[in-house]
Design a protein around this ligand. Sequence first.
Ligand SMILES: Nc1nc2c(ncn2[C@@H]2O[C@H](COP(=O)(O)OP(=O)(O)OP(=O)(O)O)[C@@H](O)[C@H]2O)c(=O)[nH]1
Ligand SMILES: [Mg+2]
Length: 188
Amino acid sequence: MFIYDSKFIKSVVKSEDFPNDGLKEIAIVGRSNVGKSSLINSMLQRKRLAKVSSTPGKTRTLNFFLINNLFYLVDLPGYGYAKLSKSERNSWKYMVESYFDNRACIDKVILLIDSRHAPFESDIVMYDWINSLKYKLDIIATKSDKLSYSQIKKNEQVFKKQFSRSNILFYSSLKNYNRNELLNFVFS
Ligand SMILES: Nc1nc2c(ncn2[C@@H]2O[C@H](COP(=O)(O)OP(=O)(O)OP(=O)(O)O)[C@@H](O)[C@H]2O)c(=O)[nH]1
Ligand SMILES: [Mg+2]
């Protein structure tokens, strides 16, 4: 996959505003602060196309990025951010559920988990839910620059057991090593 063009199209909170041009979509989901927006920038080799912040809860809308005028990458707001109010939590739930509800143009979902930790309960809930909706689902373990090779191998075994129905890739958006492998993984 060679990315020659990428642009931000829009931020959306309501299903009426989702694109309806029939183009395929790859959705990026995961806990708040796990590195979804950073991964999108790394994939697209754009430093600030998707907004990144060290404060969790940066992405509050569904953000659509058009790639090669051919398909969308969708950056979703993260879950598991303790400081959200009840109404913000409900609005997250509504937004994400209405997105995944019967959206035929979703080609694949990528669930991001933090490579350093055992998966959170909320990661497992999300994994099971997306699987139950029958979307193709793969896992990227983020921030792998923070782990040694032997720690990666160890955690990989844990993740393979937990997420046995998916392919798993360890990646660092900070280092960008193996970006070609990332692109092949996401766009296969
Ligand atoms: N060391 C390291 N830090 C990373 C990596 N990817 C992201 N980060 C950092 O993690 C923080 C969160 O990154 P974001 O990309 O904003 O995370 P997000 O999942 O989009 O977060 P929300 O929008 O809040 O859901 C930022 O401080 C990033 O710089 C990585 O591969 N390595
Ligand atoms: Mg984000």
